[in-house]
Design a protein around this ligand. Structure first.
Ligand code: NDP
Length: 292
């Protein structure tokens, strides 16, 4: 028989998670602080619990998806005794430090703990493509892996360190948000000269094909600490960044993030990496300027 699951938190994501468990045939109990959310889940067969404690007592596997770890601590702290002896999977996003703190707390309460991170929007949850990371004891993960796969076909256990899911999550989102900011800035820059987004878009899309090989070579360079720059040394790239800053300034656009990139580049050059490739900026990233 399919494992019973409890889902604490019926925000947009919690509802998607509970829906995916229901779709996979798992008896699902749900709880949310504010009543009234998840009516359709109940219509589809979920059991609504009046309190978080009641919800936890209904299943051996408890999945949590709340706003952040402060909220998660506030919800879970008072029901630690109910959680004891069960498996708790926290899919709330936060930092690795918060995940490790939560794991230490859970260990002290006799709770088997996995920490996870969801890498896809709600609409993708429950599909073969959905990527979810888990970290924590492998044996605990394996006990519930088949149930957790209901949330996404691409469900990965990263290792025993409870912080790992957040480490990967933060790194992917670091890349995502900085890229998205650059993307929006690029549209603003061309748009300032009357170029329509739709006219620029195909060329930005074509640029994306550079990324898979660039990610591979960057990985090799950061792992080896060698940053070959024969074809595109940092000093040349710094001039290119300068052009974008000047053009942006001339059009009255914000240049804070570009100036930040330029500052990181300049420090790498000052450290002697002028003839190295772009990846050498990692030496500046790892040794930031003290804040003034
Ligand atoms: P929502 O803002 O939709 O939901 C937040 C949840 O936290 C609600 O259940 C809310 O309850 C609860 N909550 C907030 N404050 C408290 C409190 N003080 N006490 C009790 N419960 C509280 O967020 P999402 O569902 O979108 O996101 C949840 C997690 O999933 C986040 O960590 C997010 O980063 C992650 N995630 C979300 C994605 C998405 O596409 N939405 C994608 C990937 C990850 P109430 O209804 O009572 O306010």
């Amino acid at each position: 028989t399919p494992t019973s699951v409890t889902v604490l938190g019926l925000g947009a994501m919690g509802q998607a998670l509970a829906g995916a468990f229901l779709d996979a045939g798992h008896p699902t109990t749900v709880w949310n602080r504010t009543p009234g959310k998840g009516e359709d889940l109940v219509a589809r067969g979920a059991t609504r619990a009046a309190t978080a404690g009641d919800a936890v007592r209904a299943s051996d596997l408890v999945v949590v998806c709340l706003y952040d770890y402060d909220v998660s601590r506030a919800v879970l702290g008072p029901i630690a005794a109910d959680l004891s002896g069960r498996v708790l999977v926290n899919l709330t996003s936060d930092t690795p430090e918060r995940s490790r703190e939560a794991a230490a707390w859970a260990a002290g309460q006799g709770i088997d703990y996995l920490d996870g991170a969801i890498m896809v929007p709600v609409t993708v949850i429950g599909t073969a493509d959905a990527l979810l990371f888990h970290s924590g004891p492998k044996a605990v993960y394996e006990r519930h892996a088949s149930t957790l796969k209901a949330l996404g076909g691409n469900t990965v256990h990263l290792g025993e360190d409870h912080g790992l899911a957040a480490v990967y999550d933060n790194a992917l989102l670091d890349f995502f948000w900085t890229s998205m900011s650059g993307l929006v800035h690029a549209f603003a820059l061309a748009g300032a000269d009357g170029v329509k987004g739709a006219d620029l878009a195909p060329y930005l899309s074509a640029l994306l094909s550079i990324f898979p090989p660039a990610i591979e070579s960057t990985a090799i360079e950061v792992d080896s600490g060698e940053y070959p720059g024969e074809q595109a040394p940092l000093v040349t790239e710094a001039a290119n960044v300068d052009h974008i800053i000047h053009a942006s300034e001339h059009r009255g656009l914000d240049v804070e993030s570009l100036n930040g990139i330029k500052a990181v580049l300049d420090r790498a050059i000052a450290k002697g990496h002028g003839a190295d490739g772009w990846t050498a900026i990692i030496e500046s990233v790892r040794a930031p300027e003290p804040a003034h």
